[in-house]
Every structure is written in structure tokens, then in C-alpha cells.
Ligand binder design. Structure first.
Ligand code: NAD
Length: 299
């Protein structure tokens, strides 16, 4: 896209973190914003910030794991602005609980928001973007979509987002449609993702608690996130990528040239997976393992 001036941009998960920063960055570039989130109070704060900037904003409280709600958000976008040009399917959660021995609900929640939310978003908005003369879709995946080892349900949801986003790009190219596609794969970013439980749906029953080992890991991940990139830096990269029609959006290039490339070399050689001894932002694996064993009383 040549310009974002007066274009209509939809951002899900706009109440916090990367989504909030994207809404601000697109507004700064002159766009009209549809800000969507399931958390009404956080969404209200973002909308107040956007109004203070003088932006033209429409706010939609929407659970992206609910197809009817996403379709209603698309209808509301057209009713308010009459067109839509860029959609950022960004809302995401990271759930608790053991993937194999715990309840199934965290899988359903994580896949519902991170995976189905993206599928519903693309399906609802793609025909409308085409009808508006073309535009761009940005799906927020993660480096966890390129290398497993964070948490099984989160990794699965993000690998799926990488796959469908690449499929979408190839389809748009093959069909010759004027739709750019970007796949955002951040590493650690200073956001509220570790407090995702605040939006745990009451209908899913009791929220699973973290065990001692998970608490150890959470402490290290929290530090990595607190020391991570500011969301505004990621948002600026997204805006640049839309304007430059760039598919891969990698705010943490060192991960790609390091552990992710190493994984792909192992795959190419047919070697079994190996846990990374060093993960950017985290202490060495041996230290984490020792702390986990101590927390479990097994040291
Ligand atoms: N922060 C990181 O280190 C990091 C790294 C890689 C990828 N990501 C991805 O970035 C995206 C944004 O997350 P963030 O880090 O800004 O976290 P965040 O918690 O600060 O923001 C996520 C937003 O999504 C909203 N949300 C949650 N469930 C929703 C639902 N069902 N429907 C609509 N909105 C919902 C939340 O209310 C929140 O405002 C997510 O997809 C996340 O997986 C984050």
C-alpha cells in the first residue's frame, strides 16, 4: 500500500500491548481505526488515547473466538466507515495448565482465540477488503510459530497461524488479488500477555492453576518480557511492513538467525529435536532445570 492516510484499519486485541500500539501507530499514519477487544475497560482506555490524538475511531467489544461476533464486527466496520483496507488479527492469549495431564479447557481457549480468531477474521474481512479495492492482512503469530518449546497449545496455535498466513499470501499471489499479507513473529515484547488469565472465559469453568515448575518458568519469562521490546517498536515495524508489502515481520532477527535456523538445520539433517541450551532472554537451560528440580523438591 502506498499510503495509510484515510484508510480504514481494524486491530483486534487493541486494548493492550502490541494491538494498542498498532492502533496508535496506524492512527499516527493518518488512518481511521476500528479498535476491537474482549476487555471493555482496556479498550476504552485505548479509544480515549486515540481520540486524544484526533483520530477517527470506532470501538467494538468483540470476542474473536466467536465467529458471529467477528462477523458483526465486520458489519459494524462497513456500517461506520463504508470500507476496510487493513485488518490486524492480533488478539491472543497464553493459557496455564499442563497440556497432557491437565484439563482440556486451556487448549480450547488458546486455539479459540489465537487460531480460530485469525481464521474468523480473515474470512469475515477478506471479501470486504477486496470490495474496498484491495489492502492488507496482518496476522500476529510469534517466534513460537517457528520453533516449539514454549507451551504446547500456544506453540500449536502460532504454528497454525504461520501456516495459514503463508497459505493466504500464496493464494492472493496466485489469484492476482490486490491483497498484501504479513506474518508478525515477535519474540519477547513488554505487554500483558503473561496476565492473559484476566480474560479467562467464565464459561470454561475453573481456571487451571500453575504448578511449582510452571511458576519457576513464569518468573524467567516475566523478566524476559519486562526487558523485551517496547510494543511501539513492533507496531512501527508492522506499519513499515504494510507499506513495503513485506510478508515476514521479525522484530527479533537474532532468534531467526540463531535457534530457529539451527532447528531447521536439524530438520534438514533428519536429526532428532534437541532442547536449546540457550534461549535468548532466558537463563541457561541447566540453571532453569536445577531451579525446577528444587521447586519440585527433587534436587
Ligand atoms: N508479548 C510477547 O512477548 C509476544 C510475543 C509473540 C507474540 N505475541 C502475540 O502478540 C499478540 C498480542 O499480545 P500482547 O503481547 O500484546 O498481549 P496483551 O495481553 O498485552 O494484549 C492482548 C490483547 O488481546 C485481548 N484479547 C484476549 N482475548 C481476546 C478475545 N477472545 N477477543 C478479543 N480480544 C482478546 C486482550 O484483552 C488484550 O487487550 C498475541 O497474539 C500474542 O500471542 C506476543
Amino acid at each position: 500500500m502506498d499510503t495509510l492516510q484515510d484508510k480504514v484499519i481494524v486491530v483486534t486485541g487493541a486494548g493492550s500491548g502490541i494491538g494498542q500500539a498498532m492502533a496508535v501507530a496506524f492512527a499516527r499514519a493518518g488512518a481511521k481505526i476500528v479498535a476491537a477487544d474482549v476487555q471493555a475497560d482496556a479498550l476504552g482506555a485505548t479509544v480515549a488515547d486515540l481520540h486524544a490524538m484526533g483520530a477517527d475511531v470506532h470501538s467494538v467489544t468483540c470476542d474473536v473466538s466467536d465467529e458471529a461476533a467477528v462477523n458483526a464486527m465486520a458489519a459494524a466496520t462497513m456500517a461506520r466507515f463504508g470500507a476496510v483496507h487493513v485488518v490486524c488479527n492480533n488478539a491472543g492469549v497464553a493459557g496455564n495448565g499442563d497440556p497432557w495431564f491437565g484439563p482440556i479447557a486451556p487448549w480450547q481457549w488458546t486455539m479459540g482465540v489465537n487460531f480460530w480468531g485469525v481464521v474468523y477474521g480473515v474470512r469475515a474481512f477478506l471479501p470486504l477488503i477486496i470490495g474496498s479495492g484491495g489492502g492488507h492482512i496482518v496476522n500476529t503469530a510469534s517466534l513460537a510459530g517457528l520453533i516449539p518449546g514454549f507451551a504446547a497449545s500456544y506453540d500449536a496455535s502460532k504454528h497454525a497461524v504461520v501456516a495459514i498466513t503463508e497459505d493466504l499470501y500464496l493464494t492472493m499471489r496466485t489469484a492476482g488479488l490486490p491483497i498484501g499479507v504479513s506474518c508478525l513473529c515477535p519474540g519477547w515484547v513488554r505487554t500483558g500477555i503473561l496476565e492473559s488469565d484476566r480474560n479467562w472465559p467464565a464459561g470454561m469453568g475453573e481456571m487451571p492453576q500453575r504448578d511449582a515448575a510452571a511458576e519457576v518458568m513464569r518468573g524467567h519469562v516475566k523478566r524476559a518480557i519486562d526487558e523485551g521490546l517496547p510494543p511501539a517498536a513492533v507496531a512501527d515495524l508492522v506499519v513499515d511492513s504494510v507499506l513495503a508489502d513485506r510478508f515476514w515481520v521479525f522484530p527479533h532477527a537474532d532468534w531467526v538467525s540463531g535457534p530457529i535456523l539451527a532447528r531447521w538445520h536439524r530438520i534438514a539433517e533428519g536429526e532428532n529435536p534437541e532442547p536449546s541450551e540457550e534461549t535468548p532472554g532466558l537463563p541457561p537451560r541447566a540453571q532453569i532445570m536445577a531451579e525446577v528440580m528444587a521447586a519440585l523438591g527433587a534436587s
